[in-house]
Design a protein around this ligand. Structure first.
Ligand SMILES: NC(=O)c1ccc[n+]([C@@H]2O[C@H](COP(=O)([O-])OP(=O)(O)OC[C@H]3O[C@@H](n4cnc5c(N)ncnc54)[C@H](O)[C@@H]3O)[C@@H](O)[C@H]2O)c1
Length: 249
């Protein structure tokens, strides 16, 4: 296993780790003795995170398969191993593009943007990395879903479609690679305090989630204590999916 390895530590690619849940995951990994490689298109912030954690940042636009492949190659050349991939880049296209609206009312370009970043980005980076894991007979892949992928999201059709697709991808890939020693899981948060507006969202705990709480679940699923878990979706949402709180997305 890992005959080309240049480090005894496990190496993780964490996409979107310049910010939010992915950043908290990279910080948690560093505490656990895992090298977290920061992959983000915001290289200025990404480099700051990497410098603080003593690791490496790579500028990648996740919607480019070529850039995903180049990043995976660079990580493998540097460390000789890629043990963990956390696919965390994602977000609601209506918010990011300031183009809110229902499916019928928004241009198809918004829908394409959302699907490409959320769904195709996850598939691109996984495809770029998976062969290294198969060769090593070891790997942990965590894909970020959302409660929007479970209960839907009015005004977020491309987002919920992507997140539902990410869970289906997780199941199918898990079946394909279990015998290669690779676990694939999906983590689907409810509202998490990654930006101030999230604090208004309702859950049964009367608060939103902390990025560190999502990072803790991701870290557990990447640990060898979770070796018998694969293909499942872990909702972490303060009970929001059960409804009864008003809007569910
Ligand atoms: N925050 C929440 O409440 C919440 C809830 C449910 C699901 N999620 C999911 O969790 C994940 C992380 O969410 P967050 O709120 O922590 O994210 P965030 O908005 O804080 O960070 C997203 C990161 O992705 C990077 N990024 C955006 N587009 C990119 C691209 N094309 N290529 C490379 N990098 C790109 C950004 O620079 C940023 O650093 C997402 O997949 C999101 O859908 C978040």
């Amino acid at each position: 296993m890992h005959s080309n390895s240049k480090t005894d530590k496990r190496v993780a690619i964490v996409t979107g780790a310049a910010s939010g849940i992915a950043r908290a995951t990279a910080e948690r990994f560093a505490k656990e003795g895992i090298i977290p490689v920061i992959v983000d298109m915001n290289i200025e912030e990404g480099q700051k995170v990497a410098d603080a954690l003593g690791s490496m940042a790579i500028k990648v636009d996740i919607t480019s398969y070529e850039e995903c492949c180049a990043a995976a190659k660079k990580v493998f050349e540097t460390y000789g191993r890629i043990d963990i991939l956390v696919n965390c880049v994602g977000g609601h296209s209506g918010r990011i593009l300031n183009m809110q609206g229902n499916f019928a009312d928004v241009p198809i370009s918004r829908i394409e943007f959302g699907i490409k970043m959320n769904l195709m980005g996850t598939l691109y980076m996984t495809h770029a990395v998976i062969r290294h894991m198969i060769d090593a007979h070891y790997g942990k892949i965590i894909n970020l879903g959302s409660v929007a992928g479970v209960v839907g999201a009015k005004g977020g059709t491309d987002y919920s479609t992507s997140k539902g697709g990410i869970f289906s991808f997780t199941k199918s890939l898990a079946m394909e690679v279990a015998k290669e020693g690779i676990n694939v899981c999906c983590v689907s948060p409810g509202p998490v305090l990654t930006r101030p507006a999230m604090a208004q969202m309702k859950t049964y705990f009367g608060r939103v989630g902390k990025p560190e709480e999502i990072a803790s679940l991701i870290n557990y699923l990447c640990s060898d204590e979770a070796a018998f878990i694969t293909g499942h979706n872990y909702v972490i949402d303060g009970g929001r999916c059960f409804g009864g709180l008003g809007a569910t997305n």
